[in-house]
Design a binder for this molecule. Sequence first.
Ligand code: 5GP
Length: 121
Amino acid sequence: MSQETIFTKIINREIPADIIYEDELTLAFKDINPQAPLHCLIIPKQPIATINDITEDKRELVGHLYVVAAKIAKQQGVADDGYRVVMNCNEHGGQSVYHIHLHMLAGKPLGWPPYTDKAKV
Ligand code: 5GP
């Protein structure tokens, strides 16, 4: 399943975004609601709705998202201090845009676990 989301509009420059990296396969831009001093989203240009839709034929593309994350970390000067990349899936994972994206958070020590819900497992 893939459907057009706000991220397709960003890829097509139909709506603005603070783009910090682009190549043939991916785009990275600052999150509109940052949760850390550096919070960007790394997305494939090909729309894939959720992690559940990642099939074998997409393994290189998805792996490439991490290569891009490492590049951006160096570019933005956060590689040595460290950072977090995370991809949310569906409702319980906290996904709100159904076009897969790696969140990249950096620029301060990040808490763990990342959720705020106090409910016990
Ligand atoms: P999710 O909740 O799906 O894991 O993450 C979606 C992210 O996209 C959120 O962190 C949200 O702030 C960000 N976002 C939603 N709409 C826009 C937008 O129009 N522009 C940008 N730059 N980020 C967006």
